[in-house]
Design a protein. Structure first.
Length: 256
């Protein structure tokens, strides 16, 4: 964790989804007002981090130049929908790997391409996609934490009888060990860091963010988000900056 400018003894934790919540793929990337508010939030002793279905490899290695260019320094990473937790330097704090036999069986059941990943490597079975290494079969000598397929129903894995959780977002369906979610990642991180789980907030834009939004004390989403996500959220706002401003107000009122 980076050094703070004050000595807040009871910090709040704010967790943000990454894709199209914090980083936008319409060409705008990080929004300047969000970055300014994140810095102000951290400066007062609170924690800000990313809670994503993406792998640790993606967030620590591939996107690190983007973080640096924006001046963004997350305090933590909850990756692969809660299967890997890491501090701001990318050091793993907790991990929940998939059973290798489950990975092989899930890949066998998939009728289309499937992506698998761990903290360092990305593989894509039967397809070239982004920076995933294309393979004709899933390596058996690796430990994997998550696998994904494309979101169309015809491409999903039949998980019946497999100890997997499936989380749908706008592009993919992400599969992680049973009992693991963005929500369990929040609670586990609070235990590890000694934080009060009642002093948590988070924001996401899609269905896979529901476990996080249901777990934190104050959940946020966008006004144009899926109805089920909006219903689960305490507030609808148009930016991370607005969410952090609202939580700062709540935090201030609770100290009066």
């Amino acid at each position: 964790m980076k050094e703070r400018t004050d000595s807040t003894k009871d910090p709040w934790l704010f967790a943000s989804d990454f894709d199209n919540t914090l980083f936008f793929h319409d060409g705008s990337g990080f929004h300047e007002q969000d970055i300014r508010m994140i810095r102000a939030w951290q400066k007062t002793g609170n924690l800000f981090g990313i809670c994503s279905g993406r792998s640790l490899h993606h967030l620590i290695h591939e996107f690190q130049p983007l973080f640096s260019a924006a001046g963004l320094t997350p305090d933590f990473f909850i990756c692969t929908s809660g299967a890997i937790l890491a501090d701001g330097e990318g050091r793993v704090l907790a991990e929940h790997p998939l059973d290798p036999a489950v990975v092989q069986e899930a890949a066998h059941r998939c009728l289309d391409a499937v992506m698998v990943h761990n903290s360092e490597e990305l593989f894509c079975l039967n397809r070239q996609w982004e920076t995933f290494q294309p393979v004709s079969r899933i390596p058996e000598d690796r430990t994997f934490y998550g696998l994904s397929t494309w979101a169309e129903d015809s491409r999903r894995i039949n998980v019946a009888g497999l100890p997997l959780e499936a989380y749908v977002n706008t592009v993919t369906v992400d599969y992680v060990p049973a009992g693991v979610s963005k929500g369990t990642g929040i609670l586990e991180l609070c235990r590890i860091l000694g934080l009060d789980p009642k002093k948590t907030a988070g924001m996401g834009d899609s269905w896979n963010d529901l476990p996080m939004i249901d777990t934190v004390s104050y959940g946020f989403t966008f006004p144009d988000g899926p109805n089920i996500v909006k219903k689960a959220s305490a507030y609808e706002v148009d930016s991370i900056a607005a969410a952090l401003e609202k939580v700062s107000e709540i935090r201030h009122l609770q100290t009066l």
